[in-house]
Every structure is written in structure tokens, then in C-alpha cells.
Design a protein around this ligand. Structure first.
Ligand code: DON
Length: 585
């Protein structure tokens, strides 16, 4: 009787709630009247003519100004890439490399630009082994001239301007040259970053570039000038990319390499090539996904995870429910296991991308997943694909009103890369040799396992996780996103897409929502703070192995643009300080 009464009360309360609380309060509007979702907790910025989202608001402004002054998103994207090398030295770079997804409006074509760093021709698997054949993960591996692969950023940014932009290379370089020459005001973020980066203090050229003449730290509000970097950028503006790969800058890079046991030669620089690739494509509940193919693993495994999860009614389970998070974790384990075996540089090894992103393979994986019981990593192995044959990195997104789009994820690898600045150039070098697999039982610098497909070979590109992603529907763009975060780039991108497409969040709520990550090895489900302790208990009840020590570590930092009802929406993930999205009207 009491129970019946309670049931009736619950039903009445729910009915009242349904009457008095609309599920979302939306101001009505047309294409000229913004639709604003006032019920959301976080709000994206809006624009009518374009949008820029990057990890540094000063650089976002430079790109937004180019759009306002008639440049297209490709001009603005290239200028932003060069500007971040000055304003965000921990990740923005000309000494690293990355991956861009371009949509070129006049061709109605989406292109994957691979400007990943490449192993020098003298690189050998044994270079990080001792005399007894043991792998040595020491300073040489992490922070020396030997840890650098041949940089691709200058070639990649110049390539997009020259092929698809409307401005000259010198014009897109001009803002970065000005910032390097005249200086930038030191922000709280930059001051903290530099003060704690011991590796920069260990290299004499880095010490001179990033600290005052007496070796002390720059204070917040002081002006930080980078004259050597201004020289390098000016040489590129005057002579084109050849200055970096064949001319005055190349000579300085090689002289510094020779003086410090580095491997990069003049031939290595002269032979560097940007590769245009066909994006890897998939679908999720009627939306089309285009993303980065190998040698990045990012696009392939975002699509693989979405394919697996499409087999489950996630929306009914609810965002951040233990059931939905459990399924995501299981999908991650299977996908990262496959990543470890199959991914490599497609110019050297066969990568079975088509099978990895096939719906039938995903269905078979889905059938192995139990709602109640987590599989341990030992119970999961990379799939046998033969039977399916039939069938501190940074990201920015820039789009314009003509339909041009640039999603760029580029990196030095770790914060400030190898910590090595090339004497006289201001170029901070990457340590992306650390993304190669040294031995199949030893994880890479981000704890990721790999196979012989990703061993160090001359001129090979190491497997990456970086992946800008473009979601569209009926040939109209819906969402462009991307993130830093090493191995967590793939899971962060996937959760962004699910939060918007599956759980109906706006891009701001979708970015802020707490994330999880599992990369198969180690068998640990990492969770951001923000997931409730009750949910964590339910996940543990299902057998998920949860690392509490990891709760405080945040995962990635998404820079996202969305198209909706005739407006551009932008959002910079608050997981990195100083980031900013700017709408252009
Ligand atoms: O290519 C990769 O996957 C890594 N080098 C990316 C490094 C990274 O994202 C560091 N950022 N936080």
C-alpha cells in the first residue's frame, strides 16, 4: 500500500516536472537570429563569417584579423601555425611536425596533409640500445639532438598557403615575425611554463633564448623577444621554404646537429616532403566522419571506436552513466590493442585501414563486449584481420564563410620538445623519435605499445595519435575538432563526437564534460575528476580497473568549431590556460 502510494507520488512529481520544466529553453531564431541554448551550462562563442579556436588567444586574434581582412581560412590557419611558434613555445613550433585536415571550398575537397617529422637517414633502431642490446630510455632518447626527427612544420604550413591560400608566404609570416622581433608580453601561463622547465635550462642556446641574460626567469608582464626566431622566420619569408630546407637556416641546423651528435643532414632536410593523403572516412548514425589516416592512428581508431559503439543505445543510457562509460572503455581497449599491432608508416608497411574501420569488424568486436563484466587487457589481443579481408602538441581549427576549413594538430612531442634550441635560429626542436617503437614489449614515450611496423627506419614517419576530425552530414560541415594529449588525443576526439552527436550537448558542454581513457596497456581506466564517485563504484563493480592516482590528470584540450543554423560556434577547452575561440562577424 505504502509502496503503491510512493509510486503514485513519484509519477506525479515526474509529470509536474515534465510540465513545468521544458527540456531545453531555446530562444527562437532564424538564420539571422541566433539560436541560443540558455539551458546549457557552458556556452560557445559565435560568429557569422568565420571562427578560430586555438590554445593561445593572441594567436587566435591574428587569425581572426586575417579572416576579417579578406584572407581565407587557409591563409589564417598558416599564419596561426607560425604565430603559435612564437606565442606558445611549449607546443607551437617550426621545429616539429603534424597533421592537417583541409577542406578546400573551390575544389569541394577534404585533404589530409601529412607534415609529420621523418627519421633521419642515419637513424637506426640500435641508436637507443646499449652494448648489450638493452633499450636505454635516457636523456639521449628524450632530450638530445638525436631525439629529433626532421621537422615538417615549415613545409606543411607553406604548402597549404602556396597551394590553397590567397596570400603569399611572406604575408602569412609577417605577424609571427613582428611578435618574435618586437616581443610578446609574458602571460601567467608562459611565466609558469618557463620557470618549471628544467630541460630548457640544460641547453645553452635554450637558456639564452628563454631566460634573461643573468639566467633568471621572465616575470609576468615583461616583454619577451625572440630575435633569432625573428631572423629565421624572416629568412623563410624572403627565400621561401628553401631557406629552412636548403639555405641559410638549413646550414645552421646541420652545424648544430654536427656539433652535438645529432643525425639530421643537409640531404635529410632537402629531401623532406609533405604528403597529401586521402582522409580515412567513416560514418556514425548518418553523419560522415573524415580524419587523419596512417601514419597517424588517430582517425582510424576514432572511427573504429565509433563503429563499435554504434551497436549500443548509448543515448538511452545517458552521458556519463556507468553503462556508457563502461562501453567506451571496452571499445578503447580493443582499438588501442589493434593500434599496437597494425599501425605504421603506410609508405613502408601495409596498414589494414579499411578492415580496421569496417562496420562488420566493429560488429564482431561489439559482440564480445559484456554490459556487466569488463574484459581485462590480457583477455583482449589485437584482432586477427585475415578473416575480414573481404570486406605538447596543440590543435587549432579555423573556418571561413566560403567553406574553407583548417584543422591542424602539430607538435614538438613533449612540452618544449627535446629542449634543444638550434644555435642562432631560435628553433626549438622536437623529440618525436620517441613515438617509434624500440622493441615490441617496450611502450613508446606515451606508454603505447607498437609492433615491427613502427620500428625506427631511415626516412620512416613514426605512428602518431594526432588527428583533426571533420564531421559532416549531407555534404554540409557539422563539427571540426582536434586535441593534444599524446595517446589521449584519440579518446578525447571520440568523446567530443559522442557528446555532440549522441548525447546532444553543445560543443562547450561537450568539451568540458569529464573524460575517461583506456589504451589497452597498461590495464588501467583513467578518469578525470568530475566523474562522480558513485559512477566510479559502478564501473569498478563491472570489473574496470581504475587508477585513482590518475584522477587529477586532465585529458587533452579540444579546439572545436561547429556549424549550426547559419552560424559558426567555437569553443576552446578550458583544460589549458590562455586558450581562446574568436568569432568573426
Ligand atoms: O604524435 C603523437 O601522437 C605525439 N607526438 C603527440 C604528443 C602530444 O600530443 C603531447 N601533447 N600533449
Amino acid at each position: 500500500m505504502v509502496r503503491e502510494f510512493c509510486k503514485i507520488m513519484v509519477a506525479m512529481v515526474s509529470a509536474l516536472a515534465a510540465i513545468s520544466l521544458p527540456t531545453s529553453i531555446i530562444a527562437q531564431g532564424s538564420a539571422s537570429q541566433p539560436l541560443f541554448e540558455y539551458s546549457a551550462i557552458n556556452h560557445p562563442v559565435m560568429g557569422r563569417s568565420g571562427m578560430v579556436a586555438s590554445h593561445n588567444v593572441l594567436s587566435s586574434k591574428i587569425a581572426a584579423e586575417i579572416l576579417s581582412n579578406g584572407g581565407n581560412a587557409i591563409d589564417a590557419g598558416a599564419a596561426l601555425g607560425f604565430a603559435l611558434a612564437v606565442t606558445l613555445p611549449r607546443a607551437g613550433n617550426i621545429g616539429g611536425g603534424g597533421f592537417m585536415l583541409l577542406h578546400v571550398a573551390k575544389l569541394n575537397k577534404t585533404i589530409a596533409i601529412d607534415f609529420r617529422e621523418t627519421a633521419p637517414s642515419a637513424a637506426r633502431q640500435e641508436m637507443f640500445f646499449d652494448d648489450d642490446g638493452n633499450v636505454v630510455l635516457d636523456e639521449t632518447y628524450r632530450f638530445s639532438h638525436k631525439s629529433s626527427a626532421i621537422p615538417g612544420s615549415v613545409a606543411g604550413l607553406a604548402h597549404i598557403v602556396e597551394e590553397y591560400g590567397t596570400m603569399t608566404l611572406a604575408e602569412v609570416l609577417a605577424p609571427a615575425i613582428r611578435l618574435a622581433r618586437d616581443g610578446i608580453e609574458v602571460t601567467y601561463d608562459l611565466a609558469a611554463d618557463l620557470a618549471f622547465s628544467q630541460r630548457l635550462k640544460n641547453n645553452p642556446a635554450s637558456l639564452r633564448k628563454f631566460y634573461k641574460p643573468d639566467g633568471s626567469n621572465y616575470e609576468v608582464g615583461e616583454i619577451f623577444k625572440q630575435p633569432d626566431l625573428a631572423w629565421t622566420l624572416s629568412e623563410i619569408a624572403a627565400e621561401g621554404v628553401d631557406a629552412f630546407y636548403r639555405g641559410s637556416v638549413a646550414e645552421k641546423i646541420v652545424a648544430d646537429m654536427e656539433a652535438h651528435n645529432g643525425l639530421i643532414t643537409l640531404d635529410d632536410l632537402a629531401n623532406y616532403e609533405v604528403v597529401e593523403r586521402e582522409p580515412v572516412r567513416g560514418t556514425y548514425r548518418g553523419y560522415d566522419i573524415a580524419a587523419m589516416p596512417a601514419p597517424s592512428s588517430g582517425g582510424t581508431h576514432v572511427i573504429q571506436m565509433l563503429n563499435i559503439l554504434e551497436n549500443f543505445p548509448l543515448a538511452d543510457m545517458g552521458a556519463e552513466s556507468a553503462d556508457a562509460l563502461h562501453l567506451m572503455a571496452e571499445a578503447m581497449k580493443f582499438s588501442y590493442a589493434d593500434r599496437s599491432k597494425y599501425l605504421g608508416d603506410p609508405d613502408f608497411v601495409g596498414v589494414p585501414t579499411e578492415t580496421l574501420v569496417s562496420k562488420s569488424y566493429a560488429k564482431d568486436i561489439a559482440s564480445k563486449i559484456s554490459m556487466d563484466k569488463a574484459l581485462s587487457s590480457d583477455e583482449i589481443a589485437p584482432g586477427d584481420l585475415a578473416i575480414y579481408e573481404s570486406d605538447e602538441t596543440t590543435h587549432y581549427s579555423v573556418v571561413d564563410s566560403e567553406g574553407n576549413m583548417v584543422g591542424n594538430t602539430y607538435t614538438l612531442m613533449f612540452s618544449f620538445g627535446s629542449g634543444v634550441v638550434i644555435e642562432g635560429t631560435g628553433i626549438l626542436m622536437n623529440n618525436n623519435m620517441g613515438n617509434f617503437t624500440l622493441r615490441s614489449d617496450i611502450p613508446d614515450a606515451f606508454g603505447l605499445m607498437g609492433s615491427e611496423n613502427n620500428l625506427i627506419r631511415p626516412n620512416r614517419r613514426p605512428v602518431s595519435s594526432m588527428s583533426p576530425v571533420l564531421v559532416s552530414r549531407d555534404n554540409k560541415p557539422v563539427l571540426m575538432t582536434g586535441s593534444p594529449g599524446g595517446s589521449k588525443i584519440i579518446s578525447a576526439n571520440m568523446q567530443m563526437i559522442l557528446n555532440v552527436l549522441e548525447f546532444g550537448m553543445n560543443i562547450a558542454d561537450a568539451s568540458v564534460a569529464p573524460r575517461i581513457h583506456h589504451q589497452w596497456r597498461p590495464d588501467a581506466l583513467e578518469i578525470e575528476s568530475g566523474i562522480s564517485p558513485d559512477t566510479v563504484s559502478l564501473l569498478m563493480d563491472k570489473g574496470q580497473s581504475i587508477k585513482f592516482s590518475q584522477r587529477s590528470v586532465n585529458m587533452g584540450s579540444l579546439q572545436t568549431v561547429m556549424w549550426k543554423d547559419g552560424f559558426f560556434y567555437g569553443f576552446s577547452d578550458p583544460r589549458r590556460p590562455g586558450a581562446g575561440a574568436i568569432g568573426v562577424d
